[in-house]
Design a protein around this ligand. Structure first.
Ligand SMILES: [Zn+2]
Ligand SMILES: [Zn+2]
Length: 356
């Protein structure tokens, strides 16, 4: 089969590899769509994990073979996959810190080599411990929607970490695909969202997805007075109830710390690079009780809620997907996702479409 193999930093190659063999408790899925995720981009650019690997973990496709012992699924079913599933029994899981569970950290889907998701290939093997993460895609929905379940879950998990009341005012900084999902999900939960971004095109979409206010950031955070005035006006000087950072900017972090009210929350979603250090006024945390929190990866318990949101199209993820690349152009897909244009949002790869 064809697969895009990571051979070293910025080195993705289209190769021919064996179709994975499956065991009696496993599934073989023919990949239809795989989303390009920022965490994969980081690994590809910075070479943080050793090659060779086949990345891609936002995968939807069709079951083409099932192990003799698998009862829960049939061949021919269209499914969305989760490459991480927690054990639900360990110390971390009992604390609902699923992303810190040892089983969860293992990747249960592979197209060959060290398991890394495998979605940038024609077929993937689904291991027994991630079978509870397989979700059927309803007939009326398409594979694109299935492939978005995993990223939507990560966003919903983060939203649930915020202690909000209906009508609260929340800043979502950055309106890329993830920021737009935050905007939509927060609006659906009855929050008033202030969406910021550098790009007008993204702000327009944020508005359509439920942002009550939009603010075009200048890229110069020293010039933050306008935003400060807006926040003061819309919160009647109280300050934001929470701020979500869907951009890895330290300047925006400092700004958010300031704009959030006492006992409000600042949530980091994009600061995923180890070693990043930022100075912050610790009294805002101790005296003003402003929580600085993070959220990473998905929450297994939210799977059904996520499926309902996406498949009912209350959160219509199709609007967020702007580019589909054939499998052989995965490197170009990763480049575009890493360097978005004014017109690009979510980028996906499909083994089903051919190069023109
Ligand atoms: Zn992802
Ligand atoms: Zn566990």
């Amino acid at each position: 089969m064809r697969a895009v193999v990571y051979r070293g930093p910025n080195d993705l190659r289209l190769e021919t590899v064996p179709v994975p063999r499956i065991g009696p408790h496993e599934l073989l899925v023919k990949v239809a769509i795989c989303g390009v995720c920022p965490t994969d981009i980081k690994k590809i650019h910075y070479g943080t994990v050793p090659p060779p690997r086949i990345f891609g973990h936002e995968t939807a496709g069709t079951i083409v073979r099932r192990g003799a012992r698998v009862r829960a699924f049939k061949t021919g079913e269209r499914v969305a996959l989760h490459h991480h599933v927690p054990c639900l029994e360990c110390h971390a899981c009992r604390h609902h810190a699923f992303a810190q569970c040892a089983q969860y950290k293992r990747t249960g889907i592979t197209a060959g080599f060290e398991p890394a998701g495998g979605g940038y290939a024609e077929f993937v093997r689904v291991m027994p411990f991630v079978l509870p993460g397989v979700v059927r895609i309803p007939a009326r929905n398409d594979f694109l929607e299935g492939a978005m379940l995993e990223p939507v879950n990560t966003v919903l998990k983060a939203v649930k970490r915020l202690a909000l009341l209906r009508g609260d005012v929340v800043l979502v900084a950055g309106q890329g695909p993830i920021g737009l999902m935050f905007t939509r999900l927060l609006a659906l939960e009855g929050m008033h969202v202030l969406a910021t971004d550098l790009l007008q095109t993204r702000l327009r979409l944020a508005r359509k997805l439920g942002a009550k206010w939009i603010w075009k950031a200048s890229g110069d955070p020293t010039n933050a007075e306008g935003l400060q005035k807006l926040v003061s006006r819309i919160t009647r000087k109280r300050g934001l109830d929470a701020a979500v950072l869907a951009v890895p900017s330290d300047a925006v972090l400092r700004q958010a710390q300031m704009l959030v009210r006492g006992a409000g929350q600042v949530l980091l979603f994009s600061h995923t690079r180890r070693g990043d250090v930022a100075a912050t006024d610790l009294a805002t945390i101790c005296v003003d009780e402003k929580d600085l929190i993070g959220s990473y990866s998905a929450d297994f318990r939210l799977q059904n809620e996520v499926a309902r949101l996406v498949f009912s199209r209350k959160l219509d993820v199709r609007r967020l997907i702007t580019h589909q690349f054939p499998l052989e152009q995965t490197a170009a897909a990763v480049e575009l996702a890493a360097h978005p244009t004014t017109q690009s949002l979510k980028v996906v790869v499909s083994a089903d479409i051919q190069t023109a």
